[in-house]
Write a protein that binds this ligand. Sequence first.
Ligand code: ADP
Ligand code: GLC
Length: 536
Amino acid sequence: MPPKLNVELSRRLQVLFVTAEAYPLAKTGGLADVSHALPIALARCGVDVRVLLPGYPQACSLIDRPRIVAKLDPLLGVSDATLISGKLPGANVPLWLVDSPSLFRRQGGLYQDDNGRAWPDNALRFAFFAHVGAELALGRNGIACQPDIVHANDWHTGLLPLILSQTKAPRPSTIFTVHNMAFQGNFPGDVISSIGIPECYMNPDGIEFFGQVSFLKAGLRYSDRVTTVSPTYANEVLTPAFGAGMDGVLRDRGDDLAGILNGIDDTLWDPAVDQHLPENYWLGNLSGKRTCKQTLQHEFGLPVNHNAPLIGCVSRLTRQKMADTIVDALPWIVAQGAQVVIVGNGDRDIEVTLRQAQSRYAGQLSVVIGYDERLAHLLQAGSDILLAPARFEPCGLTQLYAMRYGTLPIVRRTGGLADTVVNADAHAIANRSATGFVFDETSAPGLILAVARALMLFREPLAWHRLQMQAMAQDNSWDTSAARYVSLYCDARRLNPLSSAKVTPLTAAAKANLQPNFGKSEEERHVARKTHQTIW
Ligand code: ADP
Ligand code: GLC
């Protein structure tokens, strides 16, 4: 039975979306893309959503229509913070920046310095951010804001559900989305005295994790609902192999955990209008993709040759992303006459090995160590094949971008990769559902076999073109998943009715996509979980 929507409602559902990254203001990976595209999609569904982000230097300079709205009360010894209000660039979504020069305005990365060392005060930085989020969510600080829902993301915001759970006053319900269980925000136990959390929480039933304070555990334990970013990953994290030590904590949450698949911003990632490309193209006419390939080959110093299969990879260079396995497979791949282009950064030893491999395979392998948004778009458009394997992958966005650009992804069958790519086996080729190449092993031979299958099909232009069409025709936009979040918010809101104020009905689009799992029996919910549907 779908959730009841009250037609007498009189104000829109209000959501405070709290995140440490949001494209284009602050980005190290997919969290930024989601924190940009999901709020925009939620707003389209009729939700009154506002994003809260730390005031990093780039965010303060890029925010649209900035205005200082309040000096924030001193907290945890931090007394230099103001709240800046504005809009997400290019979108009509309100945004608040927590501008504390001592915590956030510094040269370097979002979480680490230029040498890759984590900022020593990360616990304080994100504890402060969480406390400010809680103050705002409770309408304190003289700012009239009482959201129905606080949607917190990843460990950086993990303390926020805990802080709100402590309040005796009416409070918003909390959703905590974990984008990657491997990033936990674990700090030495003694930080507990400096993050504004009572010491009684420092035990295994609280936020203690093997003697440390875990911000991730705080989010998992004290939020009203937990989500992660694909149905398969939501099942995987309940097991020791994928739970990164938190599988027991998650099993304790029972049906409070759901997997909602990420979507993509299909206006930013659209080969038909993408401004980073030398020529645009679309489903009905792929001729511009040929120009993109030529430009990619030229820019990366490779022979311009349309017939050479071009394999791209844009990724963090880490073990999660099997960058080590890609390195092992490279000699075989170049021996097949393929060209390889890699844009990425991450583990120093992998970066060094790739640079060495580039000299060895000059003219066939070209590597850019670094982070470059334009190159990421050009690589997606100019490649024939995207290498996007992973030992584990909560969702993964690059394989979704690749499909939209007619670039066929090679992925491992795990997490969101398993949920989004249909393997080009004989059956899927025959029934025209294939969109890429999926393999199971974590070793180089497994990856090599998948690349071999892709290269074989690449040599059959008609079959290849058909696969490209199928991949490009996939709808991976946010519409369906945003509506799932909306129904989750509606459900969670009932847990902590904030006031008698009523919310307005959802837009027709949101209603059309509402979750089918509401009101289902335990058994039905179990079946839904097994078949990877989203469960609430
Ligand atoms: P994750 O968040 O685990 O790194 P995702 O696939 O969810 O993986 O998201 C990665 C995002 O980061 C994509 O937008 C991708 O294009 C981008 N990205 C990754 N590495 C680079 C890079 N070196 N330069 C530019 N963009 C990158
Ligand atoms: C994390 C995950 C990635 C996911 C992204 C956005 O970085 O590693 O799989 O796509 O978050 O949710």
